[in-house]
Design a protein around this ligand. Sequence first.
Ligand code: SF4
Length: 189
Amino acid sequence: NEVGEISLKDIYQIAKTSFPLCMRHLFEKVREDHHLKHGGRMQLGLFLKGVGLKLDDALAFWKAEFAPKVSAERFDKEYAYNIRHNYGREGKRTDYTPYSCQKIISSTPGVGDHHGCPYRHFSEENLRAALVRMGVSSRAVEDVMDKVRNRHYQLACTLTFEAVHGSSCDAGINHPNQYFIDSQRIMQS
Ligand code: SF4
């Protein structure tokens, strides 16, 4: 992709600066809980692939994050296959594409799931708290909440992008990996 490869050691820093809220949330959750349910592993795993994390680094990332709860043996047996599958190395060898905003917004996370779009699926209270933690000013938070109330989730995400980067995003956000690429472009310029 346009951004190129991302190494495992850089991913933690980059997650803070350039991941959209949906992926920041999953990334924080896997680091906190040392686990993620299937929907979350798919949403974050394919995003990370799109960001440029190579298969070996992806396996190392998930294995290390799951390690406090999942033994290396169990990881290799129960989780590694799916990760290789996402990279097209198992089964039908399809190279799966990262999910678009539309797909994520229309998903239906259940209890204990952390995937989905926070603008759509978080409570108002949790969303406000998450935005403040991203460094969004209180005025911008109100603008974002206004979009959320009108069910313009991608516009809410676009306003967040603009608030966090201090830069406009005229095209709007329609894919988490586009958010990432646009963010990196600003960070590196
Ligand atoms: Fe993620 Fe898209 Fe929702 Fe933004 S609008 S949080 S990129 S799903």
